[in-house]
Write a protein that binds this ligand. Structure first.
Ligand code: FAD
Length: 529
């Protein structure tokens, strides 16, 4: 047993684990990050997938990183630079592509009425998204038996931040909603749980515009445009898209530098096999190597199911709590395709100046709906929707001179594919390439190497149970004080000494960093109490 008793051990060096480590170390705590993989970053890394070709392996576009975190941790001073900010969206279709730059239609066959409707839609979406973004940086309030109005005013030490660490969070959220003003507040309450299909059909005429807007509500989710709450999920993607120079690994590389500069120790290739429990309290971890490390607190960046059912063990949990964790919806549906290309791909109607933008294949609502339907029956889509990036256009260092990498999120690819992914991999890859070559006819002849990561591969290689984008579906029944489950939604868990800091916690996935920052605040507040 090593002498690490005063330390906080963070299990996992994904971006949230690194953010949490940096804030805890800045607060003067002794921090040790244990990452199972050979490199830090989790699902936000850059890897070589073919000789000379590097790509952001899972997450590929940065759009939600909390600017406060970037500023407070001085990420740009620690090496984060951008190859390109504010990417436009280019929606590929049968005719000329539709080019969107925020609320503006730069090119495409769109009526003046649609242009005006888009400006209003984006204006409202940004206002609503700002309300959620405020909430992202707050620890959710705890509702339930421990909640009492009187406790809000009780500043005694044994009340401080333990029972309900953020009693005002929900009230602040309600106030933010109220401050939208009467018209926008009513609209938010009306559309907040609506499906995008109905909402967009109501507002717009252009089929291509509706398809492009609908993609934002379903990407990363196991939802189709007719699924409830897809307007809510679209709000999570309201930011501008950027390409970090060197891929997403540059973000987590800068976070690791920031954490180390603050005094945190980071060990890679150190998979944790289990937690040590004394009575019901977590007192440390056991590595797969057999090494035991003591800790004053353990913070888990692993997903909630891995954390509770794997590392703690269901037998140490209350039955009802274990049942809730078991039933978190966490079956991923997004795959990742990487192509090493001998030259720049030529997409029909896309001039060279637009090749480096965010390209999407979601030509209309019916197409997305049809792509989603098979996943309900645990089948993959034969006509998938795609979000494509050719980052080497802006970042030549990712590929050998004159060559390119193509990175695409491909939906729908259910983790629990009925035929199994050993049988499904080749035909799904073929279906995806067939869709791509419809828009880029010469693509196949340019392919030097291809890598397809199914949600099962993401589960195995990146240690995310279910391979889900958010470590668990981001839906209203798994949001705020319900995320990942009641009883563990304030980053503290029912297991004394154990905290959560990953995407499975509020506010969910995407490279945001808010879960890591909130968790650090909760740990510091809880350990003072
Ligand atoms: C296909 C796909 C595409 C995506 N695209 C985007 C995108 O373009 N933009 C975007 O913002 N987001 C995207 N996301 C979501 C984003 O990648 C994740 O939500 C985010 O990276 C989660 O970060 P995290 O730090 O919470 O967890 P993770 O990145 O999953 O990190 C958890 C870490 O814990 C480690 N770990 C787990 N178990 C152990 C153990 N026992 N011992 C030690 N270490 C352990 C893992 O190895 C990992 O490093 C995408 C997700 C998917 C699946």
């Amino acid at each position: 047993m090593t002498d690490d008793a005063g330390r906080i051990v963070i299990v996992g060096g994904g971006h949230n684990g690194l953010v949490c480590a940096a804030y805890l170390a800045r607060a003067g705590r002794k921090v040790l990050v244990l990452e199972a993989a050979e490199q830090v970053g989790g699902a936000a890394v850059t890897r070589e997938f073919a000789p000379g070709f590097r790509v952001s392996s899972v997450a590929h576009l940065l759009h939600a990183l909390d600017p406060r975190i970037a500023r407070e941790l001085r990420l740009e001073q620690h090496g984060l630079a951008y190859a390109r900010r504010a990417l436009r969206t280019v929606s590929l279709g049968e005719g000329a592509p539709l080019v969107l730059d925020g609320a503006n239609v730069e090119a495409g066959d769109v009526t003046p009425a649609d242009r005006a409707a888009l400006a209003e839609y984006v204006r409202r979406q940004q206002r609503f998204a700002a309300v959620l973004a405020n909430q992202h940086s707050r620890i959710p309030s705890r509702l339930g038996a421990g909640f009492s109005v009187f406790r809000l005013f009780d500043r005694s030490a044994n009340n401080r931040n333990t029972e309900n660490p953020a009693p005002w969070s929900l009230a602040k959220f309600a106030l933010d909603v109220r401050l939208l003003g009467r018209a926008d507040m009513r609209e938010l309450l009306r559309v907040g749980t609506m499906n995008l299909h109905d909402l967009l059909e109501d507002r717009f005429e252009s089929a291509q515009l509706k398809g492009a807007l609908a993609l934002d509500g379903v990407l990363g989710a196991r939802l189709g445009p007719r699924s409830g709450q897809t307007f809510f999920t679209s709000l999570q993607r309201a930011g501008a898209y950027a390409l970090p120079r060197g891929g997403m690994g540059a973000v987590t590389g800068a976070l690791a530098v920031a954490a180390r500069a603050a005094g945190a120790e980071i060990r890679v290739a150190s998979p944790v096999a289990s937690f040590t429990l004394h009575g019901d309290r977590v007192t440390g971890v056991v590595l797969q190597s057999g090494e035991q490390i003591e800790a004053a607190a353990v913070v888990s960046n692993a997903d909630p199911q891995t954390t509770f059912l794997g590392l703690v063990g269901a037998r140490h949990l209350d039955t009802e709590f274990a049942r809730r964790v078991l039933h978190i919806r966490s079956q991923g549906c997004a795959a990742k395709l990487h192509l090493a290309l001998a030259g720049a791909p030529g997409f029909r109607g896309v001039p060279a100046g637009l090749l480096g933008e965010r390209l999407i294949i979601a030509p209309d609502l019916g197409y997305i709906d049809a792509a989603f339907n098979p996943s309900k029956y645990r089948e993959y889509s034969t006509q998938p929707v795609l979000e494509i990036s050719v980052p080497s256009v802006h970042d030549a260092g990712l590929a050998p001179a004159g060559q390119h990498v193509l990175s695409a999120i491909v939906q729908y690819a259910p983790r629990d594919l009925a035929m199994g992914w050993s049988a499904g991999r080749a035909p799904f890859l073929e279906a995806t390439l067939a869709v791509l070559t419809r828009y880029a006819p010469a693509l196949r002849s340019q392919i030097v190497a291809a890598e397809l990561l199914t949600p099962l591969d993401i589960e195995n290689e990146f240690r995310i149970h279910g391979g889900h984008w958010h470590h668990g579906e981001l839906a209203l029944d798994q949001y705020m004080m319900l995320r990942p489950v009641p009883g563990a939604a304030q980053y503290a868990t029912p297991v004394p000494g154990l905290w959560l800091c990953g995407a499975g916690s509020h506010p969910g996935g995407g490279v945001i960093g808010a879960a890591g920052r909130n968790a650090a605040r909760a740990v510091l507040a809880g350990s003072r109490a």
